[in-house]
Ligand binder design. Structure first.
Ligand code: GDP
Length: 381
């Protein structure tokens, strides 16, 4: 386990049984290799942090609903070390027969629209009805800036202490494609641990929506009324991905505006192409604060699920998603391996400079690097 991973594990509370419930970026817990943590009271705590579980321990722990082990398995999935990822894959392979039975819901919307408040409201309603919910996140901002739109505030206060809920922040390392792959794997592990509703949350700013759409059964777009420009920077393409739109903050003075916006969005959606049969994406209004309309959103998800199960769309969608997943993994692995190749890594910066300043044709640069990579790959076969 490298420093980053150890930090992450310590930070996310794996040893205290809190892993996965803490969201946001508090102070880093500085656990250095070989240095006893001054605050550590439990003897052997350092050793426990480092001990790696065997595959069967992961599998059994997850199947028995042990959240500490669930958190540790997701930490393995998110690790940058290949051997951790390999172990995680073996764990997932064993868990596969226990996956696939949850309702997978993607949620998107611009920052401030109320995504976390909405998940808190709907999630609490569901746990009160006996469901077990997991919340995973994909935050594209953390890839670009190292900071995060989602993570730096206290979110989902009630759910984060609800024993029937598991909240995991977005993995911060790697490309968006890499993060998506990790989130898919985390989703399977959560399903095997008995969570029957999985929310995958993302910020409505672009590419991450397509990825989330490709891993969930139902994709919900949250919007606001009366925020000036009718589509609020949400690209048309994102509206086209939605199975339903919910106008949040339909409360107090905002209620009338929300109702007006509803017809506006209904018209906009009506003009768009929607792929699934027997379904026109509805526009709903809700309030994460008063909780008005939240159960209607859930009823909509269930209605969609029943219909799409009956007409075969659900199965078809999951099959296509599985194929997408495989293809994405291949592309991702090839890219990782290409970038990790020593000669490629050495030459890439200078070739990129040549391409950028116009002295080297892009195709030629690509060809040189690929030849170097494939020649070496083939010679090691
Ligand atoms: P996110 O960035 O999309 O996750 O948005 P948050 O859930 O953090 O909400 C942003 C702000 O809007 C917070 O101050 C919330 O209290 C507020 N908010 C969220 N949902 C509602 C709602 O339904 N009604 C009202 N009035 N405020 C809300």
């Amino acid at each position: 386990m490298n420093h980053d991973d150890r930090d992450r594990e310590a930070h996310s509370g794996a040893e205290s049984g809190e892993e996965g419930t803490a969201r946001g970026s508090g102070g880093r817990l500085d656990v250095r290799p070989g240095v006893a943590s001054p605050g550590s009271t439990a003897p052997g705590a350092q050793r426990r942090v480092r001990r790696e579980l065997g595959i069967d321990e992961h599998v059994e722990g997850i199947l028995s609903g042990d959240r500490v082990i669930l958190g540790k398995t997701i930490t393995l999935i998110e690790s940058r070390r290949t051997e951790h990822n390999r172990t995680a894959l073996q764990v997932i392979e064993k868990l596969l027969p226990h996956t696939g039975r949850s309702v997978r819901i993607g949620i998107t919307g611009v920052p401030g629209v109320g995504k976390s408040s909405f998940i808190e409201a709907l999630g609490s309603m569901l746990t009160a009805r006996g469901h077990r919910i997991a919340v995973l996140a994909i935050d594209p901002s953390s890839q670009r800036s190292g900071g995060s739109i989602m993570g730096d505030k206290t979110r989902m206060e009630k759910l984060s202490v609800d024993p029937a809920a598991f909240i995991r922040p977005s993995p911060s390392a790697g490309s968006l494609g890499g993060v998506a792959r990790k989130t898919r794997e985390a989703m399977l592990v959560c399903e095997a641990a008995g969570f029957d509703v999985i929310f995958v949350e993302t910020v409505g700013v672009g590419q991450s929506e397509t990825m989330v759409r490709s891993m969930v059964d139902f994709f919900l777009l949250l919007m606001l009324a009366g925020a000036g420009d009718s589509l609020q920077g949400i690209k048309r393409g994102i509206m086209e991905l939605a199975d339903a739109v919910a106008i949040n903050k339909a409360d107090g003075e905002n209620l009338q505006a929300a109702k007006a916006a509803r017809s506006e969005y209904e018209m906009a959606l009506h003009l768009m192409k929607y792929p699934a049969p027997d379904w026109n994406p509805p526009v709903l209004t809700c309030s994460a604060v008063t909780r008005e309309g939240i159960d209607e959103v859930w009823n909509t998800v269930q209605r969609y699920r029943d219909l799409m199960t009956d007409n075969g769309w659900m199965e078809r969608q999951r099959r296509e998603q599985a194929l997408d997943w495989m293809r994405d993994s291949i592309a991702q692995s090839l890219q990782d391996r290409f970038r990790a190749h020593p000669r490629v890594a050495e030459l890439l910066p200078s070739l990129e400079r040549g391409v950028a300043d116009g002295t080297l044709p892009p195709l030629l640069a690509a060809q040189r690097l690929l030849e170097m990579f494939f020649d070496d790959e083939i010679s090691t076969l």
